[in-house]
Design a protein around this ligand. Structure first.
Ligand code: HAM
Length: 423
């Protein structure tokens, strides 16, 4: 059998790639408007970065990483997410020496060995934002309103922003204690994974999809119940700023993110229409992460959105018109000599920035005209042996069918003028 692409990966082909380009361009323009600069980090990193950054007890680190030994026996991992890498780059390149906060964004592939299904891939793409060096609630609100602004520009509807605060290490310790106390009498009813989580990371039990565990945790204390005064005030301020910005949110005390680095604000954006994998964006504050990877104490906040899921939502909501690029003109050459002259014309038009294409397979006039129509060209420049002898070509308007003769040495100017006039 012929070799196939790895499970959970995709070939992004012409026809769809235009949608990706449109999405990426819109993202870049929003980031420019909000004053965020692009960062590109390596696709693979030392495995230890994710073990320490994302957390040893997370599904990502325990089950989902593409880890390999390189030829120098170093353990490397294809990045499963971007935050740890950005923090590493911030420390390694001493970006903290710049005026703070440092506002960065990235777009690129991430890798997780997950069970592929609709909306869930092993290689997927994230657009992410990270702000380092600012602990004010205003930053949380700015980051979330950037997400909101992007969705508005894309015309996405039916979005739900879910917000929670998971608190700081102090209020988390109180919550952990209260949650374990609540769950102890019902511990035996929890699924195997949650039994294990009970000691290592009980907060994740609140997020378990198993209906039994969901019933058991009904009425369990949430992190919002145990926030310390500082975290409580921070959360209230974020909510009031989001109201000012017109962001439609709802607080969801059961929102628990799957990565260990979060503190205070945590959020996700959902769109129901795209199926079970409805989270198109997730993020939050991570005030301890930079220190965790041995950088200077630096607060941070960010998010990442899955571009495959954003595109799926745009498709379901019919937000894409035909975006495939079309040639303005198609040069149709018949015969060897005409091909030479035609190639020279095409080169001259391209040098002037006119999108023009030419048959590369020596097809018949009929086949070439068919191709011009299929590609959506507005004009055909027809150059046969007979026209060539007379020093002219036929300029045919493919919409009206009107046709005129144009001297070959004036053809470039005539086509340029037509394009400028938007004909
Ligand atoms: P995450 O929630 O693991 O967070 O991923 C963010 C988004 O990436 C998800 O909401 C989803 O849209 C998309 N995504 C995740 N896994 C897959 C997959 N297997 N297939 C398709 N899409 C997927 C993070 O990655 C954090 N680094 C976000 C962050 C940045 N927090 C602070 N800064």
């Amino acid at each position: 059998m012929a070799i196939q692409r790895p499970k959970g990966t995709q070939d992004l082909l012409p026809g769809t790639i235009e949608q990706w380009q449109y999405l990426e361009e819109t993202i870049r323009s929003v980031c420019r408007d909000f004053g965020y600069e692009e960062i590109r980090t390596p696709i693979f990193e030392a495995t230890e970065l994710f073990q320490r950054g994302v957390g040893q007890t997370t599904d990502i680190v325990k089950k989902e990483m593409y880890t390999f030994l390189d030829k120098g026996d170093r353990s490397m991992t294809l990045r499963p997410e971007g935050t740890a890498s950005v923090c590493r780059a911030y420390v390694e390149n001493k970006l903290y020496g710049q005026p703070l906060p440092v506002k960065l964004y990235y777009i690129g592939p991430m890798f997780r060995y997950e069970r592929p299904q609709s909306g869930r891939f092993r290689q997927f793409h994230q657009f992410g934002v990270e702000v380092l060096g600012a602990d004010q609630p205003l930053v949380d609100a700015e980051v979330i309103s950037l997400v909101w602004n992007l969705y508005q520009r894309l015309g996405l509807a039916g979005l739900e922003v879910h917000l929670n605060s998971v608190g700081c290490p102090t209020c988390r310790a109180t919550h952990r204690e209260q949650l374990q106390k609540f769950l102890t009498p019902k511990k035996a009813e929890l699924c195997d994974d949650c039994q294990e989580r009970f000691e290592r990371n009980p907060l994740r039990i609140l997020d378990c999809k198993n209906p039994n565990c969901q019933a058991v945790t009904e009425g369990a204390p949430t992190t919002l119940d145990t926030l310390c005064p500082d975290c409580g005030a921070h959360f209230e301020k974020v909510l009031s700023l989001l109201r000012e910005a017109g962001v439609a949110y709802r607080t969801n005390p059961r929102l628990v993110r799957g990565l260990d680095y979060y503190t205070k604000t945590a959020f996700e954006v959902m769109v129901e229409e795209i199926g079970a994998q409805s989270a198109i964006c997730g993020g939050g504050r991570y005030d301890g992460l930079v220190q965790e990877i041995e950088g200077p104490a630096t607060p941070g906040i960010g998010f990442a959105m899955g571009l495959e899921r954003v595109l799926a939502a745009l498709q379901v909501q019919g937000k894409f018109s035909e975006r495939r690029s079309k040639p303005f003109a198609m040069l149709i050459a018949l015969g060897d000599k005409a091909q030479n002259e035609g190639f020279s014309l095409v080169s001259a038009l391209r040098a002037r920035g006119i999108p023009v294409s030419m048959d590369l397979l020596g097809r018949s006039l009929k086949a070439q005209l068919k191709m011009a129509n299929r590609e959506g060209a507005e004009f055909a420049l027809i150059l046969g042996e007979e026209e060539l002898e007379r020093g002219v070509l036929l300029l045919r308007d493919l919409t009206s069918g009107d046709q005129i003769e144009v001297p070959v040495n004036e053809a470039v100017e005539v086509v340029c003028m037509k394009q400028q006039r938007g004909v």
